[in-house]
Design a protein around this ligand. Sequence first.
Ligand code: NAP
Length: 262
Amino acid sequence: MGEWREATVSGLTSRDADLREPQAVQRAVRETGPDWIVLSAAYTDVDGCESNRDLAFAVNRDGAVNVAVAAREAGARLLFLSSDYVFDGSKRTPYEIDDVRNPQSVYGTSKAEAEVRLLELMPACCIVRTSWLFGAGGKCFPDTILKLAETRPTLNVVDDQRGCPTYVVDLARAIVQLCRKNSAGIVHVTNAGNCTWFDFAEQIVKQSERKTNVLPVSSEQMARPAPRPAYSVLSPARLQALGIEMPSWADALRRYLEQRQG
Ligand SMILES: NC(=O)c1ccc[n+]([C@@H]2O[C@H](COP(=O)([O-])OP(=O)(O)OC[C@H]3O[C@@H](n4cnc5c(N)ncnc54)[C@H](OP(=O)(O)O)[C@@H]3O)[C@@H](O)[C@H]2O)c1
């Protein structure tokens, strides 16, 4: 990406090192000799984590610790991707960086415990909490809605979970700036504004000029194995204090849909 100009970027994958294997992680870090490690790899299947608890903690918590240990040995800085799911969702005003963690799911607990361990091991590490990611290169909510809209005249979408959609391109830009500013501690990085999944789906259908009707339903009607926070809006106060502003989620969606078309 343009933002990493004048930097050498090595994109490592699970084929280069399994986070659960400390020696493989150490070797990968030693071989690349980075100034910064951006740890975005994780076991991200939120419902799968409920039935694969051991795997969730082995990858998301212990794997992150393995990376922190290797980073410390190599004298590298670490930026760790965390989640809005570290909160219970009981607030009705944006979560600040120092609000108490109280995760309700196994995935959220594995991320919350990783945060605590990393800050103990490496107080200068940077923890970026983000939420509701969308973008090219994987499964994401806008793609799912557009696919369903091809065949279904009506879509039921939950209207009692509020959060911040985040375009991975905007997140990546903010991460580069955080590294360049040598940031440490917890930072919330999401697109600006907030909405429910229902609002998000309506906006996807509207912006892409589809005819599908979107209907609001409750989380109870769409029961899933892992509980989701009812409210997980993350306050941008710390990000703004660092001089970084994020575009609105609706603008980010427009840019994503444009690049998706072609
Ligand atoms: N998606 C969201 O809405 C969201 C919200 C908040 C925070 N986050 C955080 O943001 C980060 C990126 O999320 P994402 O949804 O973009 O992730 P993703 O698409 O699910 O990708 C996760 C990556 O982690 C790799 N991985 C899994 N287990 C691994 C292991 N044991 N060793 C090495 N690599 C492993 C996977 O590699 P393979 O495919 O080869 O297995 C995959 O490339 C994660 O840390 C996630 O917790 C995501």
